[in-house]
Design a protein around this ligand. Structure first.
Ligand SMILES: Cc1ncc(COP(=O)(O)O)c(C=O)c1O
Length: 968
């Protein structure tokens, strides 16, 4: 396609704002590996336009410096050029913040005046080092000093229950009252006009309004109240209709354009004297797109000059401020909404589980109380229906003891916010600059054929913070205009340690509108197995959701640029089939060069004769098919036969192919510690849960949460060896003394604890202090080793065909199924694709064994054709029978090199492309007809006899109904 022409858009996308076509610009840079440096423009790394530039631009008064520029709607410079459809500047300039800033028609602010943003990030958000956190609309992050001053406060003062009368209770009561003033002050109002009701969050505040609003059910006198809400509302608003419906009150969703039309028409209520109460709810900021709706609607609707719909009565307004107030001031002295729900973690990250409903005092007396709880009663009788609520609206509606320590934490939150930023207006300007810059750069990104790289879902062109918050919602496109599913983008982003939000964001109305999803499609998606929050991102090529990034007050230009670099890297990949470039040392998400050098190939010593030493054993595959258990059960220092003999696997496949038909087991691996290195064997006993001791242990963090390579890639550097005769597992890692743990628990002395694995509760026991401190030393943070209790049965969710009721397969600590099988021809095909995409065409990027290790399978087979395993229904190996449960749906963990722990190659991207974005690889198995009366073994060299599915055409299930990645 000619550069500068836009691709036809899908029908359902009609009406969307057209992105301006730009000349295709080769985007240079490190990511592209073509010499130029992405983001190397002046703004890229604190240069003229970056933090340093912003520093120079600060005014003495502590306000962020503004950079006024003349010009028209888009100014006269680069932004105007891009937004007006001009040719995109070349890659290196694309991210130049200084040019963007210089071209802006409005004054742009970045940072917080004399308060160095860079220092703030280091001092207050050190935990963000190496992470690009872009989900502030989900939850923003607390600064360290907020927590320090809060905990100091708690250490120094005695806070009692505010309902008591003693001195410590009085202190709590007074402090809480002070916090109420502080909240109202933050919103430019006072107790004269508003009351603060503490709730568990915005949702609880919304529910309170739904239950307490003086709804009038339809009757002979009137048609009753109306509950009207903007269609671009959060689920928590839409859900209010469940309460209203129960009262026969009509719920009416309205579109923003209808409200805007009413605004211009000035639709007034037909009978201004009618007092029938109606409620209109709208978000100050859409949590989907960041659109900011006019606060002027509040006054217009309340004054009766504008009505969401024409019915007689009095309109009250609920302004859902949950999303808006995290990056914007809200002046309730001007915009006097009747109800304002909010959640504090969205403003300063801590505490969670605490919000408020700000109620205009004029409507407070109208609210109806149903339930009454402790603290709300002025008087009541236990034996009679007599209850008199307390006077103040807060006391009436705060049932039970409020979360008073958390309320005290709010004071420290407001203090920190003010201290670090100088206030909400500065936050509004700073975050908007970042969003506008990122949006402009995204809009300008094109494939060489002129096709856009992203489709942005917005109602504004990010012209000002009055109409747009710091939220960008989009989907990534390939060069043909097809959407790349959000789940895949999410997984790729996490490889760069970029944290985004994906899905529908609890805002189905906006999602349907922007993505063109009809009501019928929503129902169909549900039938296909897609539910809110899962990773089924495309159904029949249509997106079920999108990707959202959002900035917070501590976000920096570097965050925005790291994100843009990631999108450009994806684009380059789509463009020319290059693998995604490795994140370079020091860059987010990548281990440093020195770390890389230190990394021990996790599987390097699989050939050692003993777990205690690294001496190699004989290698080669025994040609006599393993029919005995000879390989198991010898004691060190004799060559440990529980250990594998090294197997040149290709050779094994070849040799065995000769006499025994095409399909044999070429390798067997178990992973005794979940997510740690493989232990390769040639023959191994089968237990009731799969290969004996496969995923029997797991490493957990200080909170008992199971670690996987997603959070801790270095797990693959921990090498376990099972010594069956000695009844021990020896664990090795480079730079550490080997350590042994017993294979079985020590009877009564074992303390059982409960843990979670893939949403399943499992009984485990702690393997003790010694191994715990060994692991903690290795990882540099507290860790423990847990083992699944031998008498605990974890049932598989998926039933095996023909399985009698009540007898389900049991699982170890695996994610999904007892076994994972991969087939060499499938690996070979992927290998060829990966290696073919090496621009030099010389270096073999992915040796077979290395590639195999990324898939962390138990059974590797030689087969006849790639992906034939997906057509198998069952397999037999000797007398053993296994049911094929379905394909394994992969995640980004396959990008981790299992020898080094480095995330440095894009196996995931290539796999997703070659497999029509399903990212399936390997099949799950469960054994059937196992008779434990005699020992059973799996052996390398054994023949595999598949039974094909009746209909061998492979039907893909939506990802949610498939099995998820077994890789840990
Ligand atoms: C606009 C909006 N309203 C309501 C909510 C619900 O907030 P919470 O989950 O804190 O109750 C959210 C949360 O993201 C939101 O963005």
């Amino acid at each position: 396609m000619k550069a500068g022409t836009s691709l036809p858009r899908p029908r359902w996308e009609k009406g969307r704002k057209e992105l301006q076509p730009c000349e295709s610009a080769p985007l240079g840079g490190r990511a592209a590996g073509r010499g130029a440096t992405l983001g190397s423009g002046p703004g890229a790394s604190g240069g003229r336009g970056g933090a340093a530039g912003a520093r120079r631009g600060r005014s003495r008064a502590g306000r962020p410096r503004h950079f006024p520029r003349p010009g028209g709607r888009y100014g006269t410079g680069w932004r105007a050029w891009v937004m007006a459809g001009g040719a995109a500047p070349r890659g290196a300039e694309l991210l130049a913040f200084a040019r963007f800033r210089d071209s802006s028609p409005q004054p742009l602010a970045y940072g917080y005046g004399p308060r160095s943003l860079r220092d703030m990030r280091e001092r207050e958000f050190g935990r963000l080092a190496g992470t690009v956190y872009l989900d502030h609309a989900g939850a923003t992050l607390f600064p360290q000093s907020q927590l320090t001053s809060f905990t100091n406060d708690l250490m120094e003062n005695v806070y009692g229950n505010p309902h008591s009368q003693n001195i410590s209770s009085k202190l709590t009561h007074d402090t809480v009252e002070h916090v109420r003033y502080r909240i109202l002050e933050h919103f430019h109002t006072s107790t004269e006009d508003y009351s603060v009701i503490f709730t568990a969050g915005s949702t609880a505040a919304l529910k309170l309004v739904a239950e307490a609003f003086p709804w009038v059910s339809p009757g002979p006198e009137s048609n009753g109240s109306r509950f009207c809400y903007l269609i671009d509302s959060h689920t928590s608003v839409v859900g209010m209709r469940k309460v209203t419906t129960a009262m026969n009150v009509t719920s009416i969703p309205v579109r923003p354009e209808d409200v805007r039309a009413a605004e211009t028409r000035g639709t007034a209520a037909s009978d201004p004297d009618c007092q029938l109460p109606h409620l209109f709810c709208y978000p100050a900021q859409s949590n989907f797109s960041g659109t900011r709706y006019p606060l002027s609607w509040i006054g217009e609707v309340k004054a009766g000059r504008m009505c969401p719909m024409s019915v007689p009565g009095k309109w009250f307004v609920l302004l859902d401020a949950a999303s808006y107030v995290s990056t914007s001031p809200l002046d309730l002295s001007v915009h006097q909404a009747d109800f304002v729900p909010l959640s504090f973690y969205k403003i300063f990250g801590f505490p969670t589980g605490l919000g408020a409903l700000l109620v205009n005092n004029r409507v407070a007396p109208l609210l109806r109380k149903t339930y009454f709880g402790g603290g709300t009663a002025a008087a009541y009788l236990a034996g009679e229906d007599f209850y008199i609520p307390r006077q103040s609206v807060a006391e009436r509606f705060e049932d039970g003891t409020i979360s008073f320590l958390d309320v005290i934490a709010l004071k420290h939150g407001f203090d920190a916010l003010e201290r670090l930023t100088g206030g909400m207006e500065n936050i509004k300007q700073h975050t908007f600059t970042l969003a506008q810059y990122t949006y402009t750069a995204l809009c300008a990104l094109r494939y060489p054929n002129g096709a856009p790289v992203v489709r942005i879902y917005s109602d504004s062109e990010f012209s000002s913070p009055e109409v747009q918050g710091p939220v960008i919602n989009f989907n990534v496109l390939d060069h043909s205009g097809n959407i790349i599913g959000y789940s895949q983008v999410d997984k790729m982003a996490s490889l760069y340690n970029i944290h985004v939000r994906t899905g529908c964001f609890c805002n189905t109305g906006a999602c349907q509108k922007h993505l063109g999803i009809s009501d019928e499609m929503v129902r169909k998606h549900l039938e296909a197995g897609h539910v809110c929050g899962d990773d089924v991102d495309l159904i029949d090529g249509h997106p079920t959701g999108s990707v959202r990034i959002s900035f917070g007050y501590m976000s920096t230009l570097e965050d925005a640029q790291a994100f843009l670099r990631f999108i450009i890297a994806m684009q380059l990949h789509q463009c020319d089939g290059q693998p995604l470039p490795p994140t370079t040392p020091g860059e987010v998400g990548a281990p440093s060069e020195s770390e890389a050098q230190d990394a021990v190939p996790a599987t390097v010593d699989r050939c050692s004769s003993s777990p205690w030493e690294d001496a190699p054993t004989d290698s080669g595959v025994s040609n006599d098919l393993p029919t005995t258990v000879a390989a198991v059960g010898l004691h060190p220092p004799l060559p440990m036969a529980t250990r594998t003999q090294q197997i040149p696997s290709e050779k094994a496949a070849g040799v065995l192919d000769g006499g025994l038909g095409p399909r044999v087991i070429t390798n067997l691996y178990l992973y005794p510690i979940k997510s740690c290195a493989a232990f390769e064997v040639t023959k191994w006993p089968i237990g009731s849960q799969g290969l004996l001791y496969d995923r029997s242990w797991m490493v957990v963090n200080h909170n008992g949460v199971c670690l996987s390579q997603k959070q801790e890639p270095r797990l693959c550097l921990i090498q376990p060896f099972i010594d069956l005769p000695q009844k021990i597992m020896v664990i090795k890692a480079k730079g550490m003394e080997p350590i042994a743990v017993p294979l079985e628990e020590n009877g009564e002395r074992t303390q059982i604890c409960q843990s979670k694995v893939c949403a399943d509760r499992v009984n485990t026991y702690n393997c003790g202090e010694k191994i715990s401190s060994w692991l903690s030393r290795f990882f540099g943070h507290p860790c423990q080793l847990l083992k699944q209790s031998s008498n605990f049965q974890r049932s598989a969710k998926k039933r095996v065909k023909d399985q009698s009721a009540g007898s389900t397969a049991t699982l170890s600590l695996v994610n999904e199924a007892q076994y994972l099988l991969i087939n060499r021809p499938s690996v070979l095909e992927l290998q060829q694709q990966l290696n073919a995409s090496d621009a030099n065409g010389k270096e073999e990027l992915f040796p077979m064994k290395e590639l195999i290790s990324r898939f962390r399978a138990n059974i590797i087979t030689s087969g006849t054709s790639a992906f034939e395993e997906e057509t198998w229904d069952e397999i037999s190996v000797g007398s053993l029978r296994f049911q094929v449960l379905g394909p394994c749906h992969r995640c980004q963990m396959i990008c981790i090199n299992q020898q080094t722990g480095q995330r440095n190659q894009n196996v995931f991207q290539k796999l997703s492309e070659s497999r029509a974005r399903k990212v399936n690889f390997g099949v799950y198995l469960t054994h059937t007809s196992l008779d434990f009366s005699s020992p059973a073994f799996l052996s390398v060299g054994s023949q595999v006899l598949p039974v094909l599915k009746e209909n061998t055409e492979h039907h893909e299930l939506p990802a949610s109904t498939e099995h998820q990645d077994v890789i840990s």
